[in-house]
Design a protein around this ligand. Structure first.
Ligand code: HEM
Length: 417
């Protein structure tokens, strides 16, 4: 028999061990089967793309559509979105599920509202929210950094940014909690939460149209009133995707980031020293490195071939599904020196953690502000923060697209109130 990867033991994907540490399996795939057809736990088959060069090419390839109508086995739509009944429904016609020219039009509209300036003006509010959440547990000397901190921070931040009034934000917290907890599990609660969120957003958009404020939804409505057209459904879907794409990702950036720092004491000490000296350079490169090393988005969202194409020497047929494994590409030794080593000062670091091409993360500037503010404030206010559990006992969520911890119990010297 020829010595091909088919003859060798293939690492088990999507097992419990894999959820804890997928990187050895990804190294195997990169080396032996860089574009590999794989049956997913849902039963759907997709090509997994694991090398950096192929991943970057796939993310920018116009023959790979985001519209699941191109998928030969499109009855898998439930598994894809994780949100039953919403595939063709209003909230799902958002940026991550559409192609040009609709994508171009909607992305242009939202880019006018979601500007780097809006994020810069918003940064002090992120600092306030961060401090308020830390105040909530600082005297205890222990916390679950996911539940007490990483989870609420992005919800409140995005609600503020969108213009959701303070008194309604806890509803969002509950709906989002349902979606993150049960995203891959029982469906009923998730469907109900999405339905409530859809109803709420539709009403909020009506209210903002009548009574605009200084917020993202009002800006979206304003920009659509000036020439380009944005339907109410599109506005609601836009608000939804901003929340949906900006929530669990940020939870995991903070969770995975703090976990990695606590497991790399020498790198962490360097970062704390630099923060104590009032420097921000290592913080900025450090957050990028944490995204590369163990980022929140393990696999980019689904893509479907509209015509036959070749990826990494492998023929992909029209109708096939393609999943780009960002976590594998970002550890490719062909692209990154010593990819399995955490180097917070890494300079040559064009990671794919925010994607690439026309769907490149719209919220990257906000994610950077949130990530940098959260990590710097935690490390400064709780300088001896440490893991309260053996890393082997920590549970990872094990969803398909995202990578993140269920809980992150820590201890630290309590702060007096
Ligand atoms: C798209 C990562 C935070 C909004 C994406 C994509 C990635 C990504 C990989 C592309 C997916 C693909 O091509 O399949 C991240 C990471 C984040 C983060 C790692 C945090 C650390 C945010 C935040 C927001 C946001 C805070 C908004 C508040 C979006 C939107 C898209 C997107 C709207 C779709 C863009 C399009 O299709 O044109 N993100 N994201 N993200 N992200 Fe983020």
């Amino acid at each position: 028999m020829p010595d091909t990867y088919e003859n060798r033991p293939v690492p088990e994907l999507f097992s419990w061990e894999f959820a804890t540490d997928p990187y050895p399996a990804y190294a195997w795939l990169r080396e032996h089967a860089p574009v590999r057809r794989t049956r997913l736990p849902s039963g759907v088959e997709a090509w997994l793309v694991t090398r950096y060069g192929d991943a970057r090419q796939a993310l920018a390839d116009a023959r790979l559509s985001k519209d699941s109508a191109h998928h030969a086995g499109s009855d898998h739509a439930k598994g894809k979105t994780g949100i039953p009944g919403e595939r063709k429904a209003e909230l799902m016609t958002h940026l991550l599920n559409i192609d040009p020219p609709d994508h171009t039009r909607l992305r242009r509209l939202v880019s006018k509202a979601f500007t780097p300036r809006r994020v810069a003006v918003f940064a002090p509010r992120v600092q306030e929210l961060t401090d308020r959440l830390i105040d909530g547990f600082a005297a205890r000397g222990e916390a679950d950094l996911i539940h007490d901190f990483a989870f609420p921070l992005p919800i409140y931040a995005i609600c503020d940014l969108l213009g959701v009034p303070a008194e309604d934000q806890d509803d969002f917290r509950d709906w989002a909690g349902m979606m993150i907890r049960h995203g891959g599990g029982p469906r009923g609660g998730v469907a109900r939460s999405v339905k409530r969120m859809r109803g709420y957003l539709a009403e909020l958009i009506h209210r903002k149209r009548a009574n605009p404020g200084d917020d993202l939804i009002s800006d979206l409505i304003r920009s659509s009133d000036h020439g380009e057209h944005l339907t109410e459904n599109e506005a609601a879907a836009m608000a939804f995707i901003i929340l949906f794409a900006g929530f669990e990702t940020t939870v995991n950036l903070i969770g995975n980031g703090m976990y990695t720092l606590m497991r790399n004491p020498e790198q962490r000490a360097r970062l704390q020293d630099s923060l104590a000296a009032g420097e921000t350079g290592l913080l900025a490169t450090g957050v990028e490195e944490l995204l590369r090393y163990d980022g929140p988005v393990e696999l980019a969202t689904w893509r479907y071939a509209t015509e036959p194409l070749t990826l990494g020497g492998q023929r992909v047929e029209a109708g096939d599904a393609v999943l780009v494994v960002l976590a594998a590409a970002d550890r490719d030794p062909e692209r990154f020196a010593e990819p399995d080593v955490l180097d917070l000062a890494r300079r040559d670091n064009q990671h794919l953690g925010y994607g690439h091409g026309i769907h490149y993360c719209l919220g990257a500037p906000l994610a950077r502000v949130e990530g940098q503010t959260a990590l710097a404030t935690l490390l400064t206010r709780l300088p001896d923060v440490r893991l309260a559990e053996d890393p082997a006992d920590l549970r990872w969520r094990g969803g398909l697209i995202m990578r993140g911890l269920r809980t992150l119990p820590v201890q630290f010297t309590p702060l007096s109130e």
